[in-house]
Write a new protein. Sequence first.
Length: 290
Amino acid sequence: MNDTLKLADDLSLTRMGYGAIQLAGPMAWGPPKDRDKAVAVLREIVELGITHIDTSDYYGPHTVNELIRDTLHPYPEGLHIVTKVGARRGPDKSWPAATSREELISAVHDNLGHLGLDSLDLVNLRITDTTAAADVVEPFRVMAELREQGLIKHLGLSNVSIEQVEAAREIAPVVSVQNFFNLAVRKDDALVDLCAEEGIAFVPFWPLGGFRPLQSDALQEVADELGHTPLQVAQAWLLRRSPTMLLIPGTSSVEHLRENVASADITLPAEAVEKLNSVGSTEARMPWEH
């Protein structure tokens, strides 16, 4: 796990990270089905040298952050907990937007408390159901204020358009963008390239397709030829796609976690990349609200 991306003097993240959403119960609701297995995954993350854990206080809600704190606090030096705000959980397990000033301030304090931290290394502001630049301005100003107060060290965005990224950068530095992107769904190709040009991390959520794993004859053929699983090859393709691509595949299995990490060592021949490039679509199909 020596392949890292330095986003700031105090923020270097392994390109293969971990997304903690699957540590909650079904539909990211409630505690893990097997707490001991969830704890084992978190401990293995540290053993493997992963320095990037992606989470949110609305996973559970609260239960995932509390599990991370109970298992890993005091956090090892160099481990960065990245969280997100801008949504909340409804009693029907929905993910409504929560981007008012009061909601954002409350969410940041909830993340701090449940993670046992005085300051959050990186917080992504999630935007829901809009691509208009104007809609990111006021929420991101609130986030910038919290950064100035020292409650947040670095800021990112999630579920956003290029126009929203540019509008946010007029307010404060943006070090990461987290959008729905994978081998099959590539409507954000231009945004991936922009992030690479500007040194901004692009972090695809659902890098393996979500709850319906990626399926493609071309992907299966390449995997068979190289002797790896299709999902390992899909992750290797993402890492090759951009030098600022960071992955956060989620799993509740130690074995699967190790398989994901092994993806970072796969070298894709040019002919394999050409075949995989043919899989993609510019149409976004959300498998489940993030």
